[in-house]
Every structure is written in structure tokens, then in C-alpha cells.
Design a protein around this ligand. Structure first.
Ligand SMILES: Nc1nc2c(ncn2[C@@H]2O[C@H](COP(=O)(O)OP(=O)(O)OP(=O)(O)O)[C@@H](O)[C@H]2O)c(=O)[nH]1
Ligand SMILES: [Mg+2]
Length: 610
């Protein structure tokens, strides 16, 4: 059997530059759908959280046929928290389409993914996408891309990259800006001519590297990857190797799946070069090798990036515990977390030194936020502590912490305050340049720790106009203490329901997070104090009912709308002595010690220790 007529290509880009939307159009225009079949927007973003947030979390494969050649297209996530996955995906393709938004231009993840593609020796094709945007600046962006290739040390051959302009959403690609906007044929043709067919040994023993892990409702554990050598038949016995050469398990391939359009179809045989999915194994994970029993050892693969950020997941022990969720015990939380760690290669779970608490670590705030969101939807109640970065020791025994490259676009008048705040958080300004339209682009390298909780402040400081992009840059020297939030908290001194009358009287103390009618309890954080210290307040105090003259005038007590925080904002907001309470219907902030006296004792202890 010859190597099938296949091309394997990945779509890589910065977050939101239009990868998944482009794949939709490639599917449509290749005729992967019958005319009556309705294709939802961003069809590959299948799971609920992906749909809701409009971002890709897990890489996925789709396949189209063009001129008798099957093209396996791998859509990758653009968000930096999921960047480790992109590197593994690049190992299973022979070409990459790098998308760059024609208005936003080259951004940190563009640099990251292009760097990985070049290092792999791929010859990327460039698509300057979203040309339909009013603020598109295709020629500038072309130059930025060329400079980026050069800066990343591209070979002469790589520097000679083919480029198209496109609107993925409108479904056309063109070579010259003056060409008519017709269809994506130029991109299909380019993929066929520029991406080499896989050149692999079909006669060697079967071996594939598992690159994507997912759990399927019907199939169980499904592992996707490219067949690197040989061929496999349905039900054949296999052996799974870890990267270090140890055998994880032996089993059978009870399901062999190949990709057709958006579907996975069952096949009886696969051979080197195709991207496939297998089911039937119970322990195998990413990036392990699944191979024939006579395969002597593991195939080369990219190890998983170690986690950089951890949060403590605790039971909800507040006074409202158990009222809004069904899953509240430490046991239930523990089982759920360990199950997650089995199926999600980027997440690690360990028992914490605190009771009824678990240390969960991953690649970033978004990734852990997604897990918390999933759990609350399943009916869990939790309390979450402030995120901590994971430090390590270098060879000289010095403490190191994770750093991020951060690219900030702001209107010029706000550049000053951003530079000031970033340097207070130990960020170093590395570059500053105009980025068009009266904006400045600032580049910083900053300890990840310094960025925790900054985003909200950043938006306030730039009147909501600033855009921040960040990416893990590696470990560097520990930067010492970094100042946290400057404002104290407004803390409830009572249990009950917040009332308009009390909130009105208290609103000049700071910014409220709660509305009338919200449940409150002693130790719950109701708002941000305008000063640095914490302040206990009474949000349930009613107007004296004897005061008849003033009755009925409550409508006149106009409240400033409360600040509503998303789950991720809340997690980034809390300090070490505070927690976020998460239930299926609410996100509340609270002090770790609810009782005011316990709080004072804990504060004193912390002061004494400092
Ligand atoms: N104007 C314009 N908008 C586009 C185009 N392609 C995509 N978009 C929009 O850009 C946003 C992001 O599109 P996605 O396809 O989800 O981008 P992505 O690169 O897959 O994003 P991640 O997977 O999260 O990294 C959506 O709002 C799209 O409608 C385009 O060609 N032109
Ligand atoms: Mg996407």
C-alpha cells in the first residue's frame, strides 16, 4: 500500500486572528457539506465553553478533499495558555499556514508559533487575514511579518515565504491586493503546491505519537496523532511507550478513526502519513507513542510544558455553603480534580497542606479559570485562593520565577500611566514605538506574578481602550516582593440581604460589588474601600420604619451601579487573606477568616512574621 495522497497542515496564529473561521470556509468551499447541511459558525469550536467564549481551547482536526488530495487541517488554539499544544501539533504536520490580522499585525503569539514552525524546519505560508477590516494595513503588516521571519533567523528558503491576502470570514484569498475577491482556491492551490506530501516509511512497524487527548462520551479516551511509520489495522495489539522508554500499557486498537470533513469515520486500516484518532486504550496520554508490539521504543515527541501557575481549590465553608450547588464535599472535589488531571495533560493536581483543599496547577489564569467554570456548571461549590506562580531553583541554586513578554497597545495619552504601573510591578520596558492611529505599542518583560490582578486596573487606566497581549517568556531571577492591590476591602459585619438604604449611605466609602437583595454574610467582601485599610460595614441596615415622612422615597436613593467581576477577574483580584466563593449561581469574594476576631489575630500573626 502506498502512502495515501495526503497533505497535513496546521493553522497557527495569535488569538482571534481568524483560524477557526477560515477552517469553516475551507470546509464549505471544498464541498465537505451537502447543500442542505447547515454549518454553524466556527464549527470546530464544539464544546460549550469554546462556543461561549469564542475561543479555541483544544486543537482539532478537520479534513477536506481538493483535486483528489485529502488535506488534514489542524486548527490550533491561539491563546497563550494553550501554546504548549501548538508545538506538539507542529510535529504532526508538514506545513503551516500562519495567519496575521491585517489590522492588529504581528503579536506575541504570532512570534511564538512562527518561531516554533521555523525551528521545526517547516516552510510556513503567510496569510494576511481580515483584509476586509476598515482599519486593515496589509502592506505594513507584510513588512512586519518579513521582519519577524528575519529576526527569528529564518533560512533564505524560509524567508522566501509565499503570501496571500484574505478575508477568511468572507471566504476569499488573493495574491495581489487588486485581484478580484472570488474564493479560497488560491489558498487550496498553495497548500497543495507548497506543503510536501508526508514522506514516511510505510513498511516499518506501526507507530504514532499521541498529540491530542480528549474524552468522548461514547468512545472514552480518544487519542489523536499522526501515524509516523507503518500501518495499523483494526483491533491490532499495541504497546504504549512513555518518552523515557517505559511501557505504560498494552492493549488493542478497538476503534480506528480517520477524518472526513468535520466527522471522524471508522476505518479498518491506516498508514503512515495520515492523522488518525484511536480509542480502546485506558492509560495512554500525550505525548506517548502508540506502536506495534515490535516497535522497539518511543518516537521523538515534544514534552508537555511544566505548569507555571497554581491555585488552591478548597471546599466552600462559608455560611451559604450547599444552598446553590449539589457537589460540595471534599471527596467530590478531589475525585473531580484527579479525573481532570488524567484527561487534561496541562493540569496537575496535588493534595494541599491545608485540610479539604487541593493544589491545582496549570499554564495560566485562563486555563484554570476554564476548569473552575466547568466545575460550577456541573454543580460544584468551591472556594479559590489567590493564584501563585510556581518558582524553581536554577543550577546555581537561585530561585527563579516565570516571566512574560507583554505587548501593550494604548492611545498615546495613557502610555505614561501604563509605564508607571508596569514598572511598579517590576516590568522592564523594552521597546516603545508608534503603532498607527495615535497609538503606542509598548513591549515589556515582566514577572508573571506582577501581572496577576493588573488587567482590570489597566482597563480603568486606559478608559477601556488598551489592549494587552502576553506570552510566557521563560524563567528568570526572582524579583523580590511586588506590591499588590493598594485598596482595602469593604467587609460585611452582618448576615442577611443587602438593602438599598444601607448601600446608599455607604457608597462614598468606595466601589460596591453588590446590589440590593444580594445575600451577604459576616466576612464577605462587599466592595473596594477607597483607602488602603479594610473596613467593616453594615449593608443590611434598614431605614427606621417610624420615619413615615421619608417612606416611599427609596427610589430617590440612586445607587452607583456595582462593579461586576467575572470569575477570572475575581480570582485575579483577591489577596492572600481572601478567597473567591464559586457556586453554580454566584461568584462572591470573602475574607479567608470570616470572623472579625479571627481576622485580627491572623493579621497580627502576619505582621509579626513580616
Ligand atoms: N473582519 C473580519 N473578521 C474576522 C475574519 N475572520 C474572523 N473574524 C472574526 O474574528 C473573531 C475571531 O475569529 P476566530 O475564527 O474564532 O479566531 P481564532 O483565530 O480561531 O481564535 P482562537 O482560536 O481563540 O485563537 C471572530 O469574531 C470572527 O468573526 C475576517 O476575515 N474578517
Ligand atoms: Mg479558533
Amino acid at each position: 500500500m502506498a502512502v495515501p495522497n495526503i497533505r497535513n497542515v496546521a493553522i497557527i496564529a495569535h488569538v482571534d486572528h481568524g483560524k477557526t473561521t477560515l477552517v469553516d470556509q475551507l470546509l464549505r468551499q471544498s464541498g465537505a457539506f451537502a447543500a442542505h447541511q447547515a454549518l454553524t459558525e466556527r464549527a470546530l469550536d464544539r464544546n460549550d465553553l469554546e462556543k461561549e467564549r469564542g475561543i479555541t481551547i483544544l486543537a482539532k482536526v478537520a479534513s477536506v478533499v481538493w483535486n483528489d488530495t485529502r488535506i488534514n487541517i489542524v486548527d490550533t488554539p491561539g491563546h497563550a495558555d494553550f501554546g504548549g499544544e501548538v508545538e506538539r501539533i507542529l510535529n504532526m504536520v508538514d506545513g503551516a499556514v500562519i495567519l496575521v490580522d491585517a489590522a492588529e499585525g504581528v503579536l506575541p503569539q504570532t512570534k511564538f508559533v512562527l518561531g516554533k514552525a521555523l525551528a521545526r524546519g517547516l516552510k510556513p505560508m503567510v496569510v494576511v487575514n481580515k483584509i476586509d477590516r476598515q482599519d486593515a494595513r496589509p502592506d505594513d503588516v507584510h513588512n512586519e511579518i518579513f521582519d519577524l521571519f528575519a529576526a527569528l533567523g529564518a533560512s533564505d528558503e524560509q524567508l522566501d515565504f509565499p503570501m496571500l491576502f484574505a478575508s477568511g470570514r468572507q471566504g476569499w484569498a488573493i495574491k495581489e491586493l487588486t485581484d478580484p475577491h472570488e474564493n479560497l482556491n488560491p489558498l487550496f492551490d498553495l497548500i497543495l503546491s507548497h506543503v510536501p506530501a508526508p514522506n514516511l516509511d510505510v513498511s516499518a512497524p506501526f507507530g504514532m505519537v499521541a498529540s491530542i487527548l480528549e474524552s468522548d462520551q461514547f468512545l472514552g479516551r480518544v487519542l489523536t496523532g499522526r501515524v509516523e511509520q507503518g500501518r495499523a489495522t483494526l483491533n491490532m495489539p499495541v504497546k504504549v511507550y512513555r518518552l523515557d522508554g517505559t511501557v505504560v500499557e498494552t492493549g488493542r486498537l478497538t476503534k480506528l478513526l480517520s477524518f472526513r470533513g468535520l466527522e471522524r469515520v471508522a476505518v479498518d486500516e491506516v498508514s503512515a502519513g495520515d492523522i488518525i484518532a484511536v480509542a480502546g486504550l485506558t492509560d495512554a496520554t500525550v505525548p506517548e507513542t502508540i506502536g506495534a508490539p515490535d516497535l522497539p521504543g518511543p518516537l521523538p515527541a515534544t514534552p508537555i510544558d511544566p505548569p507555571t501557575l497554581a491555585m488552591t481549590f478548597r471546599i466552600n465553608d462559608g455560611p451559604l455553603a450547599g444552598r446553590e450547588g449539589k457537589k460540595v464535599t471534599s471527596r467530590q472535589i478531589r475525585d473531580r480534580l484527579y479525573r481532570e488531571a488524567e484527561g487534561n495533560v496541562a493540569i496537575h493536581v496535588a493534595d494541599s497542606s491545608e485540610t479539604d483543599a487541593f493544589e491545582v496547577s496549570g499554564r495560566g489564569e485562563l486555563q484554570l479559570g476554564v476548569l473552575i467554570e466547568q466545575m460550577r456548571r456541573e454543580g460544584f461549590e468551591l472556594t479559590i485562593g489567590r493564584p501563585k506562580v510556581l518558582t524553581r531553583k536554577n543550577e546555581a541554586g537561585e530561585r527563579e520565577e516565570p516571566y512574560e513578554d507583554t505587548l501593550i497597545d494604548v492611545d498615546e495619552p495613557y502610555a505614561g500611566v501604563v509605564v508607571e504601573k508596569m514598572s511598579r510591578r517590576k516590568g522592564e520596558l523594552q521597546d516603545i514605538r508608534p503603532s498607527g492611529g495615535g497609538k503606542q505599542r509598548l513591549t515589556f518583560r515582566i514577572p508573571s506574578r506582577g501581572l496577576i490582578g493588573y488587567h482590570g486596573e489597566f482597563l480603568t487606566d486606559t478608559r477601556g481602550t488598551g489592549v494587552m497581549n502576553r506570552i510566557f517568556a521563560g524563567y528568570g531571577p526572582w524579583k523580590g516582593s511586588i506590591e499588590g492591590r493598594r485598596n482595602g476591602a469593604l467587609i460585611s459585619s452582618e448576615d442577611g440581604e443587602a438593602v438599598q438604604y444601607a448601600l446608599f449611605a455607604l457608597q462614598d466609602r468606595g466601589t460596591m460589588f453588590v446590589s440590593p437583595g444580594d445575600k451577604v454574610y459576616v466576612g464577605m467582601i462587599l466592595g473596594e474601600h477607597s483607602r488602603e485599610n479594610d473596613l467593616d460595614i453594615n449593608p443590611v441596615k434598614e431605614k427606621k420604619l417610624t420615619n413615615i415622612r421619608a417612606a416611599g422615597k427609596d427610589e430617590a436613593l440612586l445607587l452607583v451601579p456595582p462593579r461586576k467581576m467575572s470569575l477570572e477577574q475575581a480570582i485575579a483580584y483577591v489577596e492572600d487573606d481572601e478567597l473567591v466563593e464559586v457556586t453554580p449561581s454566584a461568584v462572591r469574594l470573602r475574607k479567608k477568616h470570616l470572623d472579625p476576631n479571627a481576622r485580627k489575630r491572623a493579621d497580627k500573626k502576619a505582621d509579626d512574621a513580616a
